[in-house]
Design a binder for this molecule. Structure first.
Ligand SMILES: [Zn+2]
Length: 136
């Protein structure tokens, strides 16, 4: 099931992401604007299966995230999942700056890890350091 995230959650998440933008940019990282992005929860995502978020070029204005472990924990969750959100917004930036043909080519299985995921993982780890959510 996919549901649009509550407005308060999306507002908090966007404020956290935008707050990290300058520090990430200073390290050479880029991610798309949060303007006009629909944040949606997919109930098949979660810590249990390790899928916390996704971006699809077929729905480039929607970022899918794992829902909070409990609905009362949404503020904690916005903080915890923000680096994943930035990771997916980085894919949106790749899509917007490269265009569909280059993005779709780079998303092919034999290229994806290097062409799309290397920089996305790097921005995610740096975002964790900036946001204070690094796991180690
Ligand atoms: Zn990715």
């Amino acid at each position: 099931m996919i549901t649009t995230a509550p407005t308060a959650f999306t507002k908090t998440l966007n404020a956290l992401a935008e707050g990290a933008r300058d520090a990430l940019r200073a390290k050479g990282h880029r991610f798309s604007s949060t303007d006009g992005v629909r944040v949606a929860f997919c109930n098949k995502y979660g810590v249990g299966n390790g899928i916390l978020g996704s971006f699809s070029w077929q729905t480039p204005d929607t970022i899918m995230l794992a829902p909070p472990p409990h609905e009362t924990l949404w503020e904690f969750w916005a903080q915890e999942i923000c680096s994943t959100y930035i990771h997916e917004l980085h894919h949106r930036w790749q899509f917007q700056s490269w265009g569909l043909v280059k993005y779709a080519f780079n998303a092919a299985p034999f290229l994806r890890r290097l062409a799309l995921e290397k920089s996305a993982k790097a921005i995610e780890l740096e975002a964790d350091r900036i946001l204070g959510t690094a796991k180690e």
